[in-house]
Design a protein around this ligand. Structure first.
Ligand code: AMP
Length: 583
């Protein structure tokens, strides 16, 4: 297949902001493509060449791309940077420069989809000496054969910023429309979705999402549906060593409400203030994933060893929390763990400096058996059997009770020992991946902090002119970001004191997508924990809310943009807080 055919789809998708139309465009395209191109196309539609959890990343900097464009267009780096600052999109810069170049040269070869995919994958596997030249070589090879419009998307894919607005849910629906459209009698007419059986359609979409939650791989989902048709969900299984989307827990306002949600008696556990980790062993090999599906196996050889030594079995998925401790064994706040996650070298040193402990709280798969449908109490019993306990590596502390006083005591004890609160869990609850379903709830003291995403920032002035110093925070509403305020406090001058301007600038600079004066627009990637005095109604920000005295407490490396506090949860806190003031 020609790369041009995919590029035509990219263009159509970029031109519309309507979700249904995007779904239609993709589904019509998927219907046409050959089976052997499926993997490449599905990945490239998401702007990647691997599933999200793959350790390998394209990992090419803007600088390198500029170098490659410069080589092909015969224009120096500085000129390209200037154009980039003006247009704000290196893809479009490449497009324009190649257009100019093409007018003067005749040579032309049509780019093949496989060739593009192959070079992009090679970019991800290059390591060691001479890498920079090889990378520039691979990119230049593609650009020299690309039509201007193809160059736009090649560059954007390399920078992992495709800008065609295809959300996970859009691709999911498009797969259903493409391969089950006939069975479900899906009709897309006049920009409307017409269904004869909405209930069945919703059911199939829900099962498709479930399938995705089990593997985080749309290629696997599409192949399942193609192979098994409308009954694919009966065959859906937990396959291989792929990470699942973890189960999430809604919040309960009090222990009484908690009992109402999960029933009596309930399992009550400490809510450890650490970092969620999936411990996955498949074919004897252990991999560790965060809840945002980053593979952190290399950063935690200590956890790999403990898992190897203290869990019986060769095939499992366990859900756990990792907590950092100091040399006296006291638990440290979340920030300490961030250092462990970021560290890519001298791992042994940092293992000694910031030791960790693990508390396992669920088992999802064991010896090739999917346990998600089994009651929680049985899963817990299995944990008791397969975990060899030690101080460092244990299962979550738990009581089972129907007694309010006993539960309250456990909550207090949990808070005193430095935990965030408690979890209350339904003894008969399933494990529902990727959802807040109420098989378990969390309870923590009000007013809670918010997880928000940084979407814009401002360069500082005076001695802070090298740093981004004011940050615009957003909440989400489904897939769109809504601003809720600006924050410049809580950030430190020196990194030893906490999150520093320098660190935030380092993290955010590569995410700049547009620069106007001192204001920069950012790719929504960095999630921060924010404390505040009060949430107020406001017409200044698109969310309709503003935060009084916001301050950044830390960076939440384990959160994805879609995991932040959404507008509904902010509205709930707003109402709750108003009631608090009235009382
Ligand atoms: P929150 O981060 O406030 O949404 O609370 C849910 C998180 O608490 C989970 O994602 C886990 O990372 C963490 N957690 C700590 N202890 C437990 C536990 N015993 N059971 C389940 N989750 C826990």
């Amino acid at each position: 297949m020609k790369y041009k055919e995919l590029v035509e789809i990219y263009e159509k998708l970029e031109k519309t902001s309507k979700r249904l139309e995007k779904t239609f465009i993709i589904s019509e395209f998927l219907k046409k493509i050959k089976k052997e191109d499926l993997e490449e196309i599905i990945n490239l539609l998401r702007g990647n060449v691997f599933p999200v959890w793959e350790e390998k990343k394209i990992g090419v900097s803007e600088k390198l791309v500029i170098k490659s464009i410069s080589r092909i267009a015969g224009i120096n780096d500085k000129e390209i940077e200037k154009k980039w600052a003006k247009i704000g999109d290196l893809g479009k810069v490449a497009e324009e420069l190649i257009k100019n170049k093409k007018q003067t040269s005749l040579e032309e070869k049509e780019l093949n989809l496989n060739k593009v995919f192959e070079n992009l994958r090679k970019l991800a596997s290059l390591e060691g000496e001479g890498t920079v030249d090889k990378k520039v070589g691979l990119i230049s090879e593609l650009l020299s054969n690309a039509q201007p419009i193809e160059a736009r998307y090649i560059v954007r894919t390399i920078l992992e910023d495709l800008r065609i607005g295809v959300a996970e849910s859009t691709l999911r629906d498009a797969i259903v429309w493409a391969y089950l459209g006939k069975e479900l009698k899906i009709k897309y007419i006049n920009e409307n979705l017409e269904l004869e059986d909405r209930k069945n359609y919703d059911f199939i979409i829900e099962r498709t999402q479930y399938n995705y939650d089990l593997c985080n791989d749309f290629v696997e989902v599409a192949k399942n549906i193609i192979e098994y048709g409308i009954d694919f969900h009966k065959k859906t299984k937990l396959s291989g060593g792929k990470p699942i989307n973890v189960m999430l827990y809604p919040k309960a306002e009090s222990i009484e409400d908690g009992f109402k949600s999960v029933g009596k008696p309930a399992a009550i556990e400490q809510k450890y203030d650490g970092f969620r980790l999936l411990l996955i062993k498949y074919k004897g090999k252990i991999n560790l994933f965060t809840r945002r599906l980053e593979n952190v196996t290399k950063q935690f050889p200590d956890i790999v060893m403990l898992t190897e030594e203290q869990i019986k079995g060769d095939d499992f998925i366990l859900d756990s929390e990792t907590i950092a401790v100091n040399s006296n064994g006291q638990w440290l706040p979340f920030q300490a763990l961030s250092q462990r996650i970021k560290r890519k070298y001298d791992i042994q040193d940092i293992i000694k400096k910031i030791p960790i402990i693990i508390r396992i709280f669920d088992v999802v798969k064991y010896n090739n058996e999917n346990l998600m449908e089994k009651p929680f109490i049985e899963r817990r019993k299995l944990l008791e059997k397969i975990v060899k306990k030690s101080n460092k590596f244990d299962i979550a502390e738990q009581i089972i009770t129907d007694n309010l006083e006993e539960a309250k005591k456990f909550y207090e004890k949990s808070l005193i020992s430095g935990n965030e609160g408690i979890m209350m869990k339904d003894l008969n609850g399933k494990y529902q991946p990727g959802r807040r379903v109420g098989y378990g709830v969390k309870i923590k003291p009000i007013l809670e902090t918010l997880d928000l995403i940084i979407v814009a920032a401002e360069w500082g002035t005076g001695k802070r002119s090298k740093w981004l110093s004011s940050f615009t925070l957003s909440t989400i509403d489904k897939e769109s970001f809504l601003e809720i305020g600006k924050v410049g406090t809580g950030i430190k001058e020196k990194s030893e004191e906490g999150v520093s301007f320098k660190e935030l600038t380092r993290l955010l600079k590569p995410l700049i997508i547009e620069e106007k004066g001192r204001i920069v627009k950012l790719k929504p990637k960095i999630v921060v924990e924010v404390a505040y005095e009060e949430i107020q109604k406001s017409t200044t920000y698109t969310s309709g809310f503003a935060l009084r005295f916001p301050r950044i407490l830390g960076i939440k490396e384990d959160r994805r943009p879609k995991d932040v506090n959404d507008i509904t949860s902010i509205n709930n806190i707003f109402i709750k807080q108003r009631n608090r003031f009235i009382k």
